[in-house]
Design a protein around this ligand. Structure first.
Ligand code: NAD
Ligand code: AHE
Ligand code: ZN
Length: 374
């Protein structure tokens, strides 16, 4: 590589199911419309583990995982106007071009401008910016935050307040925005509604925050790991239940607890059986269940169609329905104003060379979020 590359420390996923390996990669400098970002901190989301496991149909190896980061603009490519060197940014796995059919629809946050190449681990021009010994290493979810330096399209960056600690607001790059947004934007929970939240990891706990903000009267947290209950209650859960402690299906338990079912439920795990439970604990006539968890290739959801015929609604959400460039800066401001917390999510911090430990902690059920400080 010549002078159009810089060296970067990165954790490389060489193959499915193998631990990440620390490498020195060559990062090609940004082309037109692209931005070089120095990552300051990154959270580790269950989706990173999902893709590393080999279950993600879009998983590509070798690649640089990580999609919940915060960083500083180091260099901009030709024609970039919306960010400048020194700006603080949160990488977006859901871009916002403001020009495509999806962006203009007013109905979705799922911009498609760069989605196809992103799913192939490539930049919009169909090439990668990462190399080791001249061999390509692929991007992940358009972010690749497990690298000291990464390159993103300009439309995949939210410019945020420089006073916001990137070691905390990095969690708004995925988990916390997703959970809060699922409740506030996708379900649009209102004052007095009853809510059940399945899975009390980073996503489910953020959904609790959203439900409390919305003024939900009952927030039922469901998990098979009792150690998640304390924080869930602290954040606003009114009830916490472990399905393993009941001798009947958990949907029946919840229907009984709530005089016919909840107004809204959220699946924050990635388990198709729980997705069914979450739908079936909804109230007849109007209850809505929102799928947030992601599941592996080949798995499908099922229920009796009668569940939907009788008024229950099944839906899903990505990144909490949030349009990143337009809305994420405001969410950062709301954090700065003290409307919700992030520190309580950060159970562990570590250097990039210890990132595999973050995956272990997640699999052992010991962490909510590990934040890697680059
Ligand atoms: P996590 O591992 O931190 O939390 C999952 C929780 O589910 C854990 O507390 C675990 O104990 C609990 N759980 C596991 N099996 C259960 C069961 N059978 N019944 C009840 N609880 C159970 O994961 P996370 O980072 O919070 O992510 C949750 C899911 O959301 C993952 O599938 C992730 O890929 C997905 N996700 C989706 C989006 C999106 O935009 N749609 C964004 C982020 C994450
Ligand atoms: N690539 C997988 C699906 C993975 C998935 O659903 N990703 C979520 C974000 S998870 C963040 O932690 C998402 O936003 N999906 C919308 C999109 O455009 O990718 C598969 O099944 O192919
Ligand atoms: Zn995520």
């Amino acid at each position: 590589p010549g002078q159009e590359f810089i060296k970067s420390k990165a954790a490389v996923a060489w193959a499915a199911g193998e631990p990440l390996k620390m490498e020195e990669v060559d990062v090609q400098l940004p082309k037109a419309g692209e931005v070089l970002v120095r990552i300051v901190a990154t959270g580790v989301c269950h989706t990173d583990a999902f893709t590393l496991s080999g279950e993600d149909p879009e998983g590509i190896f070798p690649s640089i995982l990580g999609h919940e980061g915060g960083g500083i603009v180091e260099m901009v490519g030709e024609g970039v106007t919306s960010v400048a060197v020194g700006d603080h940014v949160i990488p977006l796995y859901t871009a916002e071009c403001r020009e495509c059919k999806f962006c203009k629809s007013g109905k979705t946050n799922l911009c498609q401008a760069v989605r196809e190449t992103q799913g192939k681990g490539l930049m919009p021009d169909g090439t990668t910016r990462f190399y080791i010994d001249g061999e390509p290493i692929y991007h992940y979810m358009g972010c690749s935050t497990f690298s000291e330096y990464t390159v993103l399209p300009e439309i995949s960056l939210a410019k945020v307040n420089k006073d916001a600690p990137l070691e905390e607001v990095c969690l708004l790059g995925c988990g916390v925005t997703t959970g809060m947004g699922a409740v506030l934007n996708t379900a649009k929970v209102e004052q007095g509604d009853t809510v059940a939240i399945f899975g009390l990891g980073g996503i489910g706990l953020s959904a609790i925050i959203g439900a409390r903000m919305a003024g939900a009267s009952r927030i039922i947290g469901v998990d098979i790991n009792d150690s998640k209950f304390e924080l869930a209650k602290q954040l606003g859960a009114t009830d916490v239940i472990n399905p393993q402690e009941f001798d009947k299906p958990i949907q029946e338990v919840i229907v009984e607890m709530t005089d016919g079912g909840v107004d809204y439920s959220f699946e924050c795990i990635g388990n198709v059986n729980v997705m069914r439970q979450a739908l079936e604990c909804c109230h007849k006539g109007w209850g809505e269940s929102v799928i947030i968890g992601v599941v592996g290739a080949g798995q499908e959801i099922s229920t009796r169609p009668f569940q939907l015929v009788t008024g229950r609604v099944w839906r899903g959400t990505a990144f909490g329905g949030v349009k990143g460039r337009t809305e994420l800066p405001e969410i950062v401001e709301r954090y700065m104003a003290g409307e919700f917390g992030l520190q309580e999510f950060i159970t562990h911090t570590m250097g990039l060379d210890e990132v595999n430990h973050a995956f272990d902690l997640m699999h052992e059920g010991k962490s909510i979020r590990s934040v890697v400080h680059m």
